[in-house]
Write a protein that binds this ligand. Structure first.
Ligand SMILES: [Fe+2]
Length: 340
């Protein structure tokens, strides 16, 4: 019998929602757990939804109904504010993680690499997959300046990518021993504005977006399934027991930041945005250099075994593949504004 994936995905979502509504029913919870695993497997069975099997660039490819349904459901499990029932949500999410991780190929890393060699490898892996290599980045940051409306679309998505980063740092730190957590706490302290709450980085970005008239609520839900998949992967990696998952994502986020923020800062000044409104981008042109350096030290200490290095590289590639798909989708959104 042919299964309609759309109906099937909707039924699986409703099984999860039923367990969340009646938290007294262990059988409903068990059904929901199996439904999350099945929905995740369905979502990632599409070869274009996997980093390993996917081609480098996906053009106009659109995600499947199961992919969209899974990632919207997973996002809601992640951001729900109720802490008392969080274990149920985290447990259900973990069923989805396991099925997704089964589709991520572990990387083969040369066992002869010493620590310096491994650090050189991760920098090269990141550079090869940097968002700066995407055609959207070339359009926005190279040659003639873009239209303001195009930059506004990019910045709207920047809000989705930035505003909850502090929670990923917090999640990641909770699973670490104190020496490693202390390094993450310093990053979190900076992200939270140090001694000045209004200087918390998301507040600084919000100040810019309000000035530009771009929506920027903390409870906003990204519309693009590619955004949800990219962001939920960051959360998954921050929660995994093996720190290689999260360190790879944090390294990629911090290591790539200064150049991108310099590019955006230059464009904002081109559009005559006052310097004091550009503080978010100005400070990230330098602050994340130190964060990336501290993360490299942590990676040297914590990503030593062959198994951990294989996870690290797999996580870095998967994160960047999802970032690429997300950029593809934003790029289509920008291009749509230019079509007659
Ligand atoms: Fe920041």
């Amino acid at each position: 019998m042919m299964v309609d994936p759309q109906v099937s995905a909707a039924e699986l979502v409703s099984l999860v929602n039923a367990a969340l509504e009646d938290r007294q029913d262990p059988e409903a919870a068990a059904r929901a757990y199996r439904a999350m695993a099945e929905l995740s497997a369905l979502a990632h069975a599409d070869p274009h939804s996997q980093s390993g099997a996917a081609p480098e660039h996906h053009g106009a490819e659109q995600p499947s109904a199961a992919f969209s349904a899974y990632h919207r459901l997973l996002w809601r499990l992640h951001v729900h504010p109720e802490r008392l029932h969080d274990p149920l949500r985290a447990w259900l999410a973990s069923a989805g993680y396991d099925a997704e991780e089964a589709t991520i190929p572990l990387a083969a890393v040369d066992p002869a690499l010493d620590q310096d060699g491994f650090i050189a490898l991760i920098c090269a892996e990141h550079e090869a997959r940097s968002g700066l290599r995407h055609p959207m980045s070339a359009h926005l940051f190279e040659g003639d300046p873009p239209e303001f409306a195009e930059l506004a679309i990019y910045l709207r998505h920047h809000w989705h990518r930035s505003r909850l980063f502090y929670r990923e740092l917090a999640d990641f730190s909770l699973g670490r021993e104190l020496a490693a957590a202390s390094v993450i706490f310093r990053n979190l302290y900076d992200e939270g504005g140090g001694e000045q709450t209004p200087k918390a980085h998301p507040f600084l970005l919000q100040k810019l977006l309000l000035h530009l008239g771009i929506p920027c609520g903390f409870a906003d839900e990204p519309e693009l399934p590619q955004a949800l998949a990219y962001l939920s992967n960051r959360i998954r990696c921050s929660r995994r027991a093996n720190p290689a998952w999260g360190l790879a994502v944090l390294f990629s986020l911090e290591y790539g930041t200064p150049t991108t923020h310099g590019n955006i800062h230059r464009l904002l000044r081109h559009f005559e945005v006052p310097e004091e409104i550009c503080e978010f981008h100005r400070l990230h042109m330098s602050a994340d250099v130190e964060h990336a350096r501290e993360l490299v030290d942590l990676i040297r200490e914590q990503v030593l075994r062959a198994e951990d290095r294989a996870i690290f590289i797999a996580s870095l590639r998967h994160h960047r593949a999802l970032g690429r798909r997300y950029f593809d989708a934003i790029w289509r959104e920008i291009q749509a504004t230019r079509e007659p």
